[in-house]
Design a protein around this ligand. Structure first.
Ligand SMILES: *[C@@H]1O[C@H](CO)[C@@H](O)[C@H](O)[C@H]1NC(C)=O
Ligand SMILES: *[C@@H]1O[C@H](CO)[C@@H](O)[C@H](O)[C@H]1NC(C)=O
Ligand SMILES: *[C@@H]1O[C@H](CO)[C@@H](O)[C@H](O)[C@H]1NC(C)=O
Ligand SMILES: *[C@@H]1O[C@H](CO)[C@@H](O)[C@H](O)[C@H]1NC(C)=O
Ligand SMILES: CC(=O)N[C@H]1CO[C@H](CO)[C@@H](O)[C@@H]1O
Length: 215
């Protein structure tokens, strides 16, 4: 079962979805690294919006808030994608960070989504090159509209992009010095899908999983 899961993961492009029970069945290892713990966060002040309104024609929006119920706390990303005629638009949030993910194979989390968006991105930056014209390091993940989504993103599959377009043969991500971490939803201007409108994504924790974790 776990081997099958691993094979599925190795042969899929980008993020892979498996059921929550499959993830929970894995031995929790001492060496998972908790990157962001929204269950215990007192605020999200370190996160800032990064939407297409940084450019003159943009009119999308994102907000990121603590989401508290009587029993649980998580974070919720609300997005409104307002595309240009060619489909270009993005909205999301990001935070400065300092992560050394050498020795880690995946960034993983469980999220619950509603609304129009079915594809999100995690966006990393490195070496304090946290703004344009430096590349972003991106990977897309698909979400389920009817159930929780477990995301496992191979860290080796974050490729360099400039304004949503892949930089072929661009510099590799320096996994030892990740200095910015973002969650984004985009219209898909360079993709074979287009998306727009209102969406929400709820996430409680984001982890890095070391190599060999699922064996
Ligand atoms: C915000 O970022 C600073 C500097 O990186 C860090 O020391 C602090 O713990 C962060 N606060 C929260 C609530 O995550
Ligand atoms: C609280 O979290 C637990 C564990 O993640 C989950 O099973 C439960 O459905 C959540 N409860 C609410 C009210 O969201
Ligand atoms: C990350 O990169 C910046 C820019 O090169 C450098 O100043 C900083 O010392 C690096 N930090 C780590 C922990 O390697
Ligand atoms: C939501 O998605 C549907 C299906 O793709 C689309 O027809 C609709 O226009 C979208 N809503 C908005 C507000 O963009
Ligand atoms: C480190 C820490 O405080 N972890 C807590 C975060 O919140 C969850 C859910 O309330 C607790 O179970 C953890 O102990």
């Amino acid at each position: 079962m776990l081997m099958k899961l691993k094979v599925l993961i190795l042969f899929s492009i980008g993020a892979v979805q498996v059921s929550r029970s499959a993830i929970m069945a894995q031995n929790p290892t001492v060496s998972n690294l908790l990157l962001f713990d929204f269950q215990n966060a007192t605020d999200l002040n370190n996160w800032t919006e990064q939407s297409d309104t940084v450019r003159s024609a943009g009119k999308s929006k994102a907000t990121f808030d603590l989401y508290k119920t009587q029993t649980n706390q998580s974070a919720i990303l609300f997005t409104l994608l307002n595309p240009l005629p060619n489909g270009a638009c993005f909205s999301g949030v990001r935070t400065l960070t300092q992560l050394n993910l050498e020795g880690y194979e995946y960034i993983s989390f469980v999220c619950k989504t509603t609304g129009n968006a079915t594809t999100y991105k995690i966006i990393l930056r490195h070496n304090n090159l946290n703004d344009e014209p430096n590349p972003t390091y991106e990977q897309k993940f698909k979400v389920n509209t009817d159930s929780d989504t477990t995301v496992k993103m191979p860290i080796s599959q974050f490729h360099p992009y400039y304004r949503g377009k892949e930089i072929i043969d661009g510099p590799a991500l320096n996994v030892k010095n990740i200095t910015n971490f973002g969650i984004q939803v985009a219209g898909g201007v360079y993709e074979n899908f287009k998306q727009s409108g209102l969406s929400s994504l709820v996430v409680d924790q984001i982890w890095a999983e070391p190599y060999g974790n699922a064996n």
